[in-house]
Design a protein around this ligand. Structure first.
Ligand code: M6R
Length: 582
């Protein structure tokens, strides 16, 4: 039985069934509009072979032209896969062999999942898109992300590029080429409840409120006050740490802003030159000695295609590499020399919130670690910074306790025409992140920039209908930023500011108080901006956890799809899983 619909997953009505296998998928429209016909799964001419696919088949038109006797129904690239399978699947061929023969013809990136009517198995394959299998009790699972089936099992295997796996209710067998291979079976330490809403209306608000806990996990066991350093379990040799001439960050979106914050800290404390490049724009810089370069990929998911591509470029040019990620077993962790886990726990909302805080905090620890290794920071200063970081979870809790003030501001400004976010120094990445958060979930026009840039252009857009939000804390040159905010106020704009608790800017229309945590104050300011974005979007009744046109993991360079599947014992009630469908 196949049921597929355009729109929300809730549009589907999957009836009770005694089927033992099921596959499901939400599609991002790249080839053809979002219609019922273009929705996944796609089938062959007989309707017996069903396929869901995350990725893009770049040679689908060539393959399609070779299937002239087949009738295609959709506009998608994916539909060639079941038709190719129809041609390969003979009575004496196993489904796994047929899938291997088909994927050998595909160009592009894919994680696919194949189900054939009346067979109690599914076969999956990956190349370039994430795929994880989960081991249940008499039932097994497949997903593009472990959170899809975390409520059923924490025992998983992350498949690798080129892997094809046969999954039924017993053993999971994996092949790579003609070889049957053994892949590590790992236990994910995330609890199932962490991937549930736990009484909150939206994952995003839950994840904003989880930040104190997430940061305690991030910091746990990593601060060594007596040695005035951070213990990060990195295996870079001392000589290498001392020889680094430049740290290059590559990242996208929110992770890019976290990298901007971190780069500033590394320059201050790590005694090292830094560059931060949007991963899709990254080209390894000519003329530098790659052996003195450390390239750091900052990526929550560890699967962002642009970031993976950038880190591969750096590696190919001879740079040492490190990943800063939230995701055990993710592709990036297999490709870099060292990994720093941010330990934020699962983040389900498309909008990154707690992972930004954990990325910045992890990298703040790294800046102290590097500064101590290179002599760029004194023991006394390092202790100050580490003690400030220890106080951040409590400071964020204080900000969260003042959520009512943010709701009042959101109610006052929700209908504004445009929002401007400004800051200086460590306030710049937070201004950029504040604007991104607001635009992505509320759809309001929002721009973030360095406060000094206001007068170089954006001021032309400032009117009484365009509130300006300033990051006015320590670490963000508050007095100078306030001058720029005042420039906007004199043009009629209302001004909202996140302000250090010992400072007053009396002319602000709205102030949010940030406790004293030194260079981490802009990070706490960011919590107010997250709440502001959330409440504006909520007042507008936006689909906050799944904003239009966006996805949690951007696993190819121009599209994303997530899906998950389940194989169960015959007596187990089967239901198709859609939880991780964005
Ligand atoms: O998984 P990554 O950190 O590599 O994702 C990068 C961006 O797609 C991501 O940060 C995105 O900008 C946020 N979800 C926006 O809230």
């Amino acid at each position: 039985m196949i049921d597929k619909r355009s729109g929300e997953v809730s549009n589907l009505e999957v009836p009770d069934s005694d089927a033992t296998t099921g596959i499901g998928h939400t599609r991002w429209s790249t080839h053809g509009p979002p219609t019922d016909i273009n929705a996944h799964p796609h089938t062959d001419c007989t309707g017996e072979i069903a396929v869901v696919h995350n990725g893009i088949i770049e040679n689908y038109d060539v393959l399609k032209s070779k299937l002239s006797s087949h009738t295609f129904e959709s506009d998608t690239d994916t539909e060639v896969i079941p038709h190719l399978l129809e041609a390969e699947l003979k009575s004496d061929t196993s489904l796994r062999e047929a899938v291997q023969a088909v994927v050998a013809q595909l160009e592009g990136s894919y994680a696919i999942c194949v189900s054939v009517k009346s067979r109690d198995e599914i076969v999956v394959a990956r190349d370039g898109s994430p795929l994880v299998v989960g081991y249940g009790d008499g039932e097994n699972f497949v997903g593009s992300d472990v959170t899809a089936f975390l409520e059923h099992t924490q025992t998983v295997t992350y498949l690798e590029d080129g892997d094809v796996a046969r999954v039924d209710d017993g053993d999971i067998e994996v092949w790579n080429g003609n070889q049957k291979v053994e892949r590590d079976v790992e236990r994910v330490e995330w609890e199932a409840e962490a991937a549930e809403k736990g009484g909150y209306e939206h994952f995003m608000r839950k994840e904003i409120h989880e930040q104190p806990t997430a940061l305690r996990q991030t910091l746990s066991g990593r601060i060594d006050i007596s040695a005035a350093t951070a213990d990060l379990d990195l295996e870079f040799e001392e000589a290498f740490l001392e020889s680094i001439e430049e740290i290059q960050f590559v990242a996208c979106g929110t992770s890019y802003y976290a990298a901007l914050y971190a780069a500033e800290l590394l320059e201050r404390f790590g005694d090292v030159r830094t560059s931060v490049t949007i991963a899709s724009e990254y080209r390894f810089g000519g003329g530098r000695d790659p052996y003195c370069t450390l390239t750091v990929a900052v990526t929550q998911s560890g699967e962002t295609a642009d970031t993976l591509r950038a880190i591969r470029r750096a590696e190919a040019a001879g740079a040492r590499t490190m990943a800063v990620t939230n995701t055990l077993g993710s592709t990036v962790t297999r490709e870099v020399d060292e990994t720093l886990f941010i330990r934020a726990g699962p983040e389900i909302g498309v909008a990154a919130t707690k992972t930004f805080a954990s990325q910045v905090t992890t990298l703040a620890l790294f800046s102290v670690f590097l500064g101590r290794a290179r002599g760029g920071i004194s023991a006394a200063k390092a202790r100050d910074v580490l003690e400030d970081l220890q106080r951040v979870p409590g400071a964020i809790q204080q900000a969260l306790d003042r959520e009512r003030e943010v709701i009042d501001a959101a109610e006052k400004y929700e209908d504004s025409r445009s929002f401007f976010f400004v800051g200086r120094s460590l306030g710049v990445p937070v201004a950029l992140e504040g604007a991104l958060k607001l635009k992505e979930i509320s759809y309001a026009h929002a721009e973030g920039f360095a406060a000094g840039e206001l007068k170089h252009g954006p001021l032309a857009l400032v009117t009484p209908e365009t509130p300006v939000l300033g990051v006015l804390t320590e670490g963000a040159n508050p007095a100078e930023t306030m001058n720029n905010v005042t420039e906007a106020q004199t043009r009629g704009a209302d001004a909202l500011g996140c302000v250090s608790s010992d400072t007053r800017f009396r002319t602000l229309d709205v102030s949010f108080s940030v406790p004293d945590v030194g260079v981490a104050e802009p990070l706490v300011a960011n919590v107010y901006l997250q709440l502001f974005a959330y409440h504006v979007a909520n007042l507008q009744d936006r689909p906050i956890d799944k904003p239009r046109n966006l996805a949690k993991s951007v696993t190819v360079e121009w599209l994303v799809i997530s899906w998950n599947s389940r194989v169960t014992k015959p007596e187990t009630h089967m239901r198709t899983q859609h939880k991780h469908a964005f």
